[in-house]
Write a protein that binds this ligand. Structure first.
Ligand SMILES: Nc1nc2c(ncn2[C@@H]2O[C@H](COP(=O)(O)OP(=O)(O)OP(=O)(O)O)[C@@H](O)[C@H]2O)c(=O)[nH]1
Length: 315
């Protein structure tokens, strides 16, 4: 337990303040989102009984007196079958090599499977040796302590882990111990995010990237770096029946010159229509909900050279 003077007026962090990133991997349904929520203490990720509801990274931040732990809740790591799956796995791999510690979740109530072996292999192949903490989740579902012991032994044989921690997110069993273990693997350093900020929105970044890809398709030579995409708004349409939701996604595509605007829009708006339809299909696949995509092309003159414009465009 961290000791502090309890003073709220002293802004300087304790000497050994730690900060950094952690992410959870594990096969679908392993309990990653629920554990993230238990650690952060606020509902940030979507959980459900169905596999792979977490299609994109959602971060939660654990603020402590002695540390700030930024959690990245990754999609279930699985063998790529589709292009989208391939992209998600690339996102997972990129995430894994960027974080300070990885939590590998395995449910206590299910035997180890091919999915776990696959993930263990992926982890052992990471270029940088990120410490991996094995987490035996959902221990409340197993009443026999001997079975937990056997599962822990099985897990320890699966790879090289810096720690192995059994937890139950729903009973808050050992969640604080896990937080301590994860924090202990972070480098010392000041808080990365100002207090109070609990989530950011990487899905907006991915949506912007899908629109950018669609807008550049076939015209990459003509518009190499002159295109920026900003997601202005993503809001559920009001008054829709629960069974037929619709997400309004408002996106601005910025180009540098009117001639480029004409290229993106195409004769009679034909190209923009195709761009919108391709991007919408992919956004729907990414977010798992029907989408109304409102796409606008705007000229932001010389945006690449203007720091104020660049900031506005999120660079
Ligand atoms: N009994 C019990 N159930 C849990 C616990 N943690 C998660 N669950 C349940 O297990 C199911 C899957 O949990 P999630 O947190 O959505 O799993 P996930 O690994 O994020 O799943 P994906 O998004 O598919 O990768 C849900 O029905 C949870 O309620 C736990 O500690 N105890």
């Amino acid at each position: 337990m961290a000791t502090t003077s309890g003073s709220t007026t002293d802004p300087s962090p304790p000497a050994a303040f730690r900060s950094g990133f952690a992410c959870f991997v594990g096969r679908p349904n392993a309990g990653k989102s629920t554990l993230t929520n238990a650690l952060v203490g606020t509902k940030v990720a979507i959980t459900s009984g169905r596999p792979q509801t977490t299609r994109h990274a959602i971060r939660g931040i654990v603020h402590r007196d002695d540390a700030q732990l930024v959690l990245v809740d990754t999609p279930g790591l699985h063998r790529p079958r589709t292009l989208l799956g391939q992209r998600l796995n690339d996102v997972v791999r990129a995430t894994l090599s960027e974080v300070d510690v990885v939590g590998f979740c395995m449910p206590a109530d299910e035997p180890l499977g091919r999915g776990d072996t696959f993930i263990a292999e992926e982890l052992s192949r990471l270029p940088k040796r990120t410490p991996v903490v094995a987490i035996l989740t959902k221990t409340d579902k197993v009443t026999d302590p001997d079975r937990i012991g056997a599962r822990l032994l099985e897990v320890s044989g699966l790879g090289e882990f810096s720690d192995i921690v059994p937890v139950s997110a729903v009973r808050s069993y050992q969640v604080d111990v896990l937080a301590d273990v994860l924090v202990s693997r972070l480098p010392t350093g000041p808080a990365l995010y100002p207090g109070g900020e609990l989530t950011d929105e990487p899905e907006q970044v991915m949506v912007a990237e899908l629109v950018r890809e669609a807008a550049l398709e076939g015209v990459r030579d003509e518009l190499p770096h002159s295109l920026a995409v900003v997601v202005e708004e993503m809001v559920p349409r009001e008054g829709r029946p629960e069974t037929r939701p619709l997400l309004d996604v408002r996106v601005n595509v910025f180009v540098e010159r009117p001639s480029q605007k004409a290229i993106v829009i195409g004769a009679g708006g034909s190209r923009l229509k195709a761009v919108g339809s391709q991007a919408r299909t992919q956004i729907e696949a990414l977010l798992g909900t029907p989408v109304y995509l409102d796409l606008h092309v705007k000229v932001a003159k010389d945006w690449q050279r203007d720091p104020r414009q660049l900031r506005r465009l999120g660079f």
